[in-house]
Write a protein that binds this ligand. Structure first.
Ligand SMILES: [Zn+2]
Length: 396
């Protein structure tokens, strides 16, 4: 330890005001939930706009990124293992707003996507697109579901760079997909969804709620000891107090305006933060300690209700907005899949509700134990962990 560091450690550390967000959150530029497509660096080769033969929406979109286990949650092990062995040889083409029934209606969706990609003014020789093979073939196909990407292989470097950089290709009602890298290191920054009477849109309420979460975590010996040990192992300096403050600096509370299954106005907060470890077991522990904090969280006498509801857009699979708030359809010149009208949507969700009891959405279930891999409940930490028990989950 250098003398300067030693002196720093000896100086008394004053815990900051947990509600003070000056200079926070840290790492905002890395938050996978807050990026846009067409970032820097731009690929060296781009298709010439004048030579577009099949029109698609020209625009910038919210960037979709998801952990490998979630992206492949519905795929057969044969496909997943092949991708895992050489992830850079493949690209996920995630159809917009689909479940497995999409492939029943469009059994040649892969050929349609291939024909579109081959229309680019780029080297597209030798590409192949495979349909996903269901991990649980017997399961009833649904209109909306967790991710069901097709698998592109054989892309030239220039095609790969362009597809991943541009990401969202909206061609028509049936051909709309997002190109996503199979990234084994992709992180999930969503920590927990908060509902209850303390959830309000104004900055003051958000700061108070986030402040109360940090205050409680900083005072929890189990959490402090856990963070202290993880940071020590990672060689990150500081006292236990400094480390626990540091670990929560990237925390961000996002207000999401939505209703509940009964139609009542019931907004939620989504808490995101940079994971402190890439180790799945450590990440699971991190999540479960925050979500399951003994005594819970209270703001102005209202409980912060943790993970009773979830945000999971059925269209783009984002956890940061509900289906009715999906920003893609509002992009200027959107040529792609259109959202359901209200009646179709209600019919679908009603049918699914009848099929599956309390679940009314498509998508992976973040919080149920004892469920199969199909539901995204792999024990790898990135499918998130709950405090046990079953929770209602609503499409929003
Ligand atoms: Zn969406």
């Amino acid at each position: 330890m250098t003398p300067a560091a030693k002196a720093m450690n000896l100086a008394p550390y004053t815990m900051p005001d947990p509600e003070d967000m000056t200079g926070l959150p840290t790492y905002a530029d890395q938050n996978p939930n807050a990026q846009m497509t067409k970032g820097n660096p731009e690929p060296e080769v781009l298709p010439c706009v004048e030579r577009i033969t099949v029109p698609y929406t020209l625009g910038t979109f919210p960037r979709i990124s998801m952990p490998f286990p979630r992206l492949t949650q519905n795929m057969s092990p044969g496909q997943v293992q092949g991708i895992e062995a050489a992830p850079k040889q493949y690209i996920a083409l995630l159809p917009h707003g689909t479940g497995r029934s999409f492939y029943q209606r469009r059994p040649h969706a892969n050929r349609e996507a291939k024909a579109f990609i081959e229309s680019f003014d780029l080297d597209t020789d030798g590409i192949d697109i495979a349909l996903p093979i269901a991990h649980h073939p017997g399961k009833k196909p649904r209109d909306f579901d967790g991710p069901w990407p097709m698998i592109l292989s054989g892309a030239s470097p220039e095609l790969r760079d362009f597809l991943l950089w541009y990401q969202t290709f909206a061609v028509n009602e049936n051909v709309t997909f997002h190109a996503i890298a199979f990234n084994l290191d992709a992180e999930d920054w969503v920590i927990m969804t908060i509902s209850g009477d303390a959830v309000h849109p104004d900055a003051r309420s958000i700061a108070k709620a986030l402040g109360s979460i940090k205050r409680r975590l900083w005072a929890d010996t189990t959490f402090v000891n856990f963070v202290n040990a993880v940071f020590a192992q990672a060689g990150i300096g500081g006292s236990a107090c400094e480390r626990v403050v540091e670990a929560t600096k990237s925390f961000q509370l996002t207000y999401i305006d939505t209703g509940n299954a009964k139609g009542d106005h019931a907004p939620v907060y989504q808490l995101t933060g940079k994971p402190i470890s890439k180790e799945p077991e450590t990440h699971r522990r991190w999540l479960s300690l925050i979500r399951g904090l003994r005594g819970g969280y209270v703001v102005g006498m209202h409980a912060l209700v943790i993970d009773k509801r979830f945000v999971d857009c059925v269209w783009c699979k984002s956890k940061m907005h509900p289906a009715h708030g999906c920003p893609f359809h509002g992009v200027d010149g959107w040529l792609g899949t259109k959202p359901d009208n209200v009646q179709r949507y209600l019919d679908r969700t009603h049918n699914q509700q009848k099929d599956e009891g309390h679940r009314v959405d498509g998508g992976h279930k973040a919080n149920n134990k004892g469920k199969g891999r199909q539901e995204g409940n792999r024990s790898d930490g990135w499918s998130t962990v709950g405090r046990g028990g079953r929770h209602n989950r609503y499409t929003m």
